[in-house]
Design a binder for this molecule. Sequence first.
Ligand code: ZN
Length: 437
Amino acid sequence: MDIHNLIDGNMRVKDAGQEMFRLIERLYPICRSITGNGVRETLRILKEYIPLQVIEVPTGTQVFDWTVPKEWNIKDAYVKNSKGKIIIDFKKSNLSVVSYSSPVNKSLSLEELKEHLYTLPDHPEWIPYRTSYYQKEWGLCLTQNQLAELENGVYKVYIDASLENGYLTYGEYYLSGKIEEEVLISCHICHPSLCNDNLSGIALAIQLAKELTSESTRYSYRFVFIPGTIGAITWLAMNEQKTPLIKHGLVLTGVGDSGNISYKKSRRGNAEIDQAAGHVLKQLNKPHKIIDFFPYGYDERQYCSPGFNLPVGCFMRTPHGHYPEYHTSADNLSFIKIESMADSFVSVFNILDVLEKNRKYINTKPKCEPQLGKRRLYEGIGGQSTQAVDQLALLWVLNMSDGENSLLDIAIRSGCPFSKLRSAADLLIEKKLLTEI
Ligand code: ZN
């Protein structure tokens, strides 16, 4: 694979941004949760883009300390006031019902009803997103303005939901590379009509999968589309024997907002993915943030639990909880930006490109500097203005290639862009001054 094909083809990056946005538009209306038909419908649509495998894990399956829950499905829900007017309508916003609400069909006073209502007083026009996966509850979400208008009286609450033995559904796409070692790309698919969290992550994963399918890659790639937390736990429980092959991994979440890119390091803190992300984001020369690992957030929590400690970081823009639209109806189609999606795509592709091309070498003439002039290496690479940098790149690669340092290590230490060191290494291999280990 080669990042230059992508970066140079600016039109393609723009097209990618638009394609991702169109996919998000298609997925936006679906009511998803950690189980149920919304997830199936989402995966069915994703299958039109990549040939992913859909896996169904039965309710009750033990997955480490957890149990796959009952399957939740919802057909309709509403609240009617005493005049028969619908004042909360699931058909208008699927955020109106607390995810995993038990079925309800009863009349209540306003006071009783209020115990089950959730609003955002600070943002009176937004509907919050709430869940109650592991406690038998029911609840409804509405705007603070709607709540303020409710008058005393009898309200009819109807939630046509079911919570039954069924399955937890997830999707997986495996792309075989030259070697068995793999890169894991993971995103959660359990949120209803919310765009940045995490239709943006899903769309980015699909775009990367499509792009990589047309490339010849060194690593194998595994894309998992799973419900948050329980999905990652289930996947790890069912695939424990595969995890030693995971050499690098990224959780993709919240990649479409207009904020800067943030990269959260793996628990290891110095894994190759952490180095690659740090180096690429620095080289792209755009404001960004590198965050140390902490045991909260998305599924990196599971991949980086001490029993696995996988080299999996989290790629996002504004971290979750750090923007007011997070987990509200304001995380809608106008909150995400095509340019941000395209920028996230290029950045992640760049990171993967570095991983693909990173190697360790040994200088075959380590005693003093080899004579570069007689091998025509002084004019060997680069154009006029960049020649000095390329010369320095040659010297860095030669000096640091003692079998211990990878090209990425050298890039970080020297401040030379990885791509220049890569070109330098290729030339030195050609001149038999470097051998791969
Ligand atoms: Zn979320």
